[in-house]
Design a binder for this molecule. Structure first.
Ligand SMILES: CC(C)(COP(=O)(O)OP(=O)(O)OC[C@H]1O[C@@H](n2cnc3c(N)ncnc32)[C@H](O)[C@@H]1OP(=O)(O)O)[C@@H](O)C(=O)NCCC(=O)NCCS
Length: 173
C-alpha cells in the first residue's frame, strides 16, 4: 500500500530489533505508556508475521527511500456475537523525528483503505486520549469522524483517562 509520502508494508524478521526499540517509553510517546511487556517480537514475527485473523501490524516506511518510521496496527472489537459485528480498532506509532509532517494522516488513511479492501468489516475505529490533539487531527484529516468520549476508559500508570472515539464506516452503494 503506497501513498505519496509513506507506504505500508508487512513486518519482516529483520524488523524485530527496531520494533523492540520502538516499544521503549522514549519512542511510544506520553499517551502509549502502559507498563506491559508482551512476548519477544522476533518470536511473534516468526510465528505469523504479526498478522492473524484477529489483527495485525504493518511497518510505515517513507517514500521513496523506504526508511521505516513507525508502525500501524489493528485488532478486532466485537459489537455482537456474529462475525459481521466485528470492527477493527486501529493504532499508530511514529518515531519522534517523523511526527508532524503529515505521515500519520496518510498512514492511517492507507490502513483504513487496505482493511476495507482486504477484509469484510463495515467499521474501522480508533480511540485516543482526549489530550492527544495530534492524533485527533490526523484521524479527522484521514477521513475519520468523531463519535464521542469514552469516560475513564483507559488506565495508564498514574490514573484513568478519557478517550475520544473516531470511526469510518464502509460506503455502501
Ligand atoms: C499521533 C500521530 C500518529 C500523528 O501523526 P503525525 O504524522 O505526527 O501527524 P500529522 O503530521 O499527520 O498531523 C496531523 C495534524 O495534527 C497537527 N499536529 C501535529 N502534532 C501536533 C501537536 N503536537 N499538537 C497539536 N497538533 C498537532 C498537525 O498540525 C496536523 O494538523 P494540520 O494539518 O491542521 O496542521 C504521531 O504524532 C505519533 O505517532 N505520535 C505518538 C504516538 C501516538 O500518539 N499515537 C496515537 C496514540 S492512540
Amino acid at each position: 500500500m503506497a501513498g505519496r509520502k509513506v507506504r505500508l508494508r508487512p513486518v519482516a524478521v529483520d524488523d524485530a530489533e527496531l520494533l523492540e526499540l520502538w516499544q521503549s517509553p522514549e519512542y511510544v510517546g506520553e499517551f502509549n505508556v502502559f507498563g506491559v511487556k508482551g512476548r519477544p517480537v522476533r518470536e511473534r514475527i516468526e510465528e505469523n508475521g504479526l498478522v492473524t485473523s484477529e489483527g495485525g501490524t504493518l511497518i510505515v516506511a517513507l517514500q521513496p527511500n523506504h526508511k521505516p518510521i513507525g508502525s500501524v496496527s489493528w485488532r478486532g472489537v466485537r459489537y455482537g456475537p456474529n462475525p459481521q459485528s466485528v470492527a477493527w480498532n486501529i493504532g499508530i506509532n511514529l518515531i519522534p523525528e517523523a511526527r508532524g509532517r503529515g505521515f500519520g494522516t496518510e498512514a492511517q488513511r492507507l490502513l483504513a483503505a487496505h482493511l476495507f479492501a482486504t477484509t469484510p468489516v463495515n467499521r474501522i475505529e480508533a480511540s485516543t486520549d482526549v489530550e492527544n490533539v495530534a492524533e485527533q487531527r490526523a484521524l479527522e484529516k484521514a477521513g475519520f469522524v468523531k463519535e464521542g468520549v469514552l469516560r475513564g476508559a483507559q488506565y495508564r500508570p498514574g490514573g484513568w483517562h478519557d478517550l475520544v472515539v473516531y470511526a469510518c464506516v464502509r460506503e455502501t452503494p
